[in-house]
Ligand binder design. Structure first.
Ligand code: E4P
Length: 216
């Protein structure tokens, strides 16, 4: 048993190194948009992160199964910490089944419904990533999707881990843990907010002031 795993949603190696030092980081999720934003070599970025955390998602960019399988074979050889990220499409399902047979770890991205979650899990995904923030953005309740998936999971013996993706604020992380989600991926700016509480700052200030009075 473990407490919900925390991943950093980034392609910034320095940010991963910084948060890894806190002793709470279980992995990283990258995607093509995040990698493009950093402007560094993709393989180099993934390898640097693999040295820091035990699970790094590297997304395929092919859209046909043959191309995806080829990229999955390639990425999985880079490092044992790589999880090949595959989009939730029919071609993606074929790729998941292929990876399952070959023992390649996978993360299925762009999940927006319980049925997509079930299909990806049945095809052999190691991880599925429902995107909650993007559902919130279009006026749906993203966390409701996580509740529905976790309820479905509770009836069966799926090994597939549910990763709460597209988180936007600290409450998302706390809510994901209440629902028993296995993993939550968190952008760097939101991760920075997780250790903070004004009462902690206020309390520490008072302790130090009182100590100062007696210690001179
Ligand atoms: C997850 O793997 C994705 O990289 C990510 O959570 C997407 O989040 P966004 O909706 O903020 O782009």
């Amino acid at each position: 048993m473990y407490l919900m795993k925390l991943f950093l949603d980034t392609a910034n190696v320095e940010h991963v190194a910084e948060v890894a030092e806190w002793g709470v980081l279980d992995g990283v999720t990258t995607n093509p948009s995040l990698v493009a934003k950093e402007g560094r070599d993709f393989k180099e970025t993934v390898l640097a992160m693999c040295d820091l955390v035990p699970c790094v998602s590297a997304q395929v960019t092919a859209t046909d199964a043959e191309g995806m399988k080829k990229q999955a074979d390639e990425y999985s050889k880079w490092h044992k910490h790589v999880a090949v990220k595959v989009p939730m499409t029919v071609e993606g399902l074929k790729t998941l089944a292929y990876c399952k047979k070959k023992g390649i770890k996978t993360n299925t991205t762009l999940i927006f419904s319980v049925n997509q979650a079930i299909l990806a899990a049945k095809a052999g995904a190691s991880i599925i990533s429902p995107f909650i923030g993007r559902l919130d953005d279009i006026g749906q309740d993203g966390m409701e999707l996580i509740a529905e998936i976790m309820l479905a999971w509770s009836h069966y013996g799926f090994d597939t881990e549910v990763l709460v993706a597209s988180t936007r604020h600290p409450r998302h992380i706390a809510d994901a843990a209440q629902l028993g989600a296995h993993i939550c991926t968190v952008p760097y700016d939101v991760f920075q907010k997780l250790p903070l509480h004004t009462l902690t700052d206020k309390g520490l200030k008072k302790f130090l002031e009182d100590w100062e009075k007696v210690s001179g």
